[in-house]
Design a protein around this ligand. Structure first.
Ligand SMILES: [Zn+2]
Length: 131
C-alpha cells in the first residue's frame, strides 16, 4: 500500500512537468505512477504545442534558406566550371590528382596514372572508316 502511495506521489512530478507544458496532467500522472523512470525523461522532453509549431515554422524557413543557398552555390559552381572549361575546350581534370590535363591524354603528366581519353563527339573520329 505504501508503495502504491509512493508511486502516486512520485507520478505527480512528470504530471506537473507535462501539465506545465500544456499536456494532460492526469494521463501523465498515471504514466508517471506506473513508469516513473520512463515518464520523467519523456515529460522533460515534452514541448508545448505552441512552441512546437514555432520550431516547425523556423525549421521550414531554415530548410528553405538552405535549399536556396545550395541552389545558388550549385549554380555558381556550374557557371565557374563552364567559364573555366570554355576557353580551353581540349583540357579536363585528371580523375586521380585533379590537375588539368589535355582531354586526349592517356597518361596524366602530373601523377603518371592512366586516364581514359575523352571520347569526342566528332563524326570523323566516331566512324573508324570502311570496315
Ligand atoms: Zn593526375
Amino acid at each position: 500500500m505504501e508503495l502504491l502511495i509512493a508511486c502516486m506521489l512520485i507520478g505527480l512530478i512528470p504530471g506537473v512537468i507535462a501539465a506545465s507544458r500544456g499536456h494532460n496532467f492526469l494521463l501523465w500522472w498515471l504514466f508517471g505512477a506506473a513508469l516513473f523512470i520512463v515518464a520523467l525523461p519523456c515529460s522533460l522532453f515534452l514541448k508545448s504545442p505552441e512552441r512546437k509549431a514555432e520550431e516547425d515554422a523556423r525549421r521550414v524557413a531554415r530548410d528553405a534558406a538552405l535549399a536556396q543557398l545550395v541552389a545558388n552555390t550549385t549554380a555558381a559552381q556550374g557557371a565557374a566550371t563552364a567559364a573555366a572549361a570554355a576557353p580551353s575546350g581540349d583540357t579536363r581534370d585528371c580523375p586521380w590528382c585533379a590537375e588539368t590535363i589535355k582531354a586526349a591524354a592517356r597518361i596524366c603528366r602530373f601523377c603518371n596514372r592512366d586516364v581514359d581519353p575523352v571520347e569526342r563527339l566528332d563524326p570523323a573520329a566516331a566512324s573508324p572508316g570502311p570496315a
